[in-house]
Write a protein that binds this ligand. Sequence first.
Ligand code: PMP
Length: 406
Amino acid sequence: KTTFNPTVIRKDFPILNREVNGKPLVYFDNAATSQTPRQVIDVIVDYYSNYNANIHRGVHTLSQEATDKYEQARIKIQKHFNAAKSHEIIFTSGTTHSINLVANGFTSILKAGDELIVSAMEHHSNIVPWQMLCERTGATLKVIPMNEEGELILEEYLELLSDKTKLVFCNHVSNALGTVNPVKTIIDAAHKVGAAVLIDGAQAAPHIKADVQELNVDFYTVSAHKMCGPTGVGMLYGKEEWLNILPPYQGGGEMIAEVTFEKTTYADLPHKFEAGTPNICGGIAFGAALDYMNAIGFDEIAAYENELLEYATERLLAIEGLRIYGTSENKTSVISFNIEGVHPYDMGSILDKLGIAVRTGHHCAQPIMDFYKIPGTVRASFSFYNTKEEIDILVEGVEKAKAMLL
Ligand code: PMP
């Protein structure tokens, strides 16, 4: 039991007051995107109302104010993830952009015969950019298998590692199953054979405060919109040594030292990877979202979300014919389920009529669905602003839908 008070917290989220199809909104699609608190919305309004300007190149006051706030946000992100240096934090448009930046950078480093290792439970954004990299370089992709509980089989991972392994990538938390992966073990084992590791933290970041130095991870990626920030902004953490080795991803303004038609030289980190005008307001709001979540406290958030997870798991499992995919002891507040004989899409549509937002489908993780031989699941994912009363509404809704569909 925690002392956490969701009633107070909910007042920060204006959207939670709205109705959907004449019913109070029950928002259980947090793994896709989280809702935005007033404190972050205020920062966005303040930016466009008071100091909207392009950064890094203006001598005028507004430009300097915007630059200061944007760079302060970078430092907030650095502190939050405990990066050693602020220039190891690269602003991106989100996890997808971050992963593509790294995958592109390895094009000139890899050669035919090199091996990359991916886990069986990745989001497509942590599979496809690497397959494209393999096509460009002749490297091959190996897969760490998983078990029925939705956990990676570590013994098989260790077997896959060799001196041919150059890169390993894996999510910290699976968006489709909620499994928390043993990333420290994965990283340490990869380093023993000299491979670099990218951890996709998109789904972990709303629940777990990762310490990139303690993990000793080479790259870590996050999307702000999954942790109370806006869409279209995120970060790539990279160890300075790696970011110095990787070539720039995009060319353009802001990322150069000097440009002539004969030869262009590149700016220092982090600007080398930040071509063009970035999502300035988004970056500042990302910093505000971290402030907001840290003021509540990640331990408090995790403890409360865990209570919600346990309660929902118990109540849903009491429904006959319901199966949960992802039953590891180590999981965040995500429940992926199906009812025997019911298509997830039909379940999702009926729940929507009842004001309940869940996600249905393959959750951009088709290999997981193939593993379980299902077309998709219904996924309810909980955040710290959800309540047990809302879970009761979900359970009632699932029972109602089941009665209608079977
Ligand atoms: N990885 C994981 C584990 C995710 O859950 C997501 C978002 N569903 C992504 C990557 C991609 O994030 P984005 O769409 O914000 O780039």
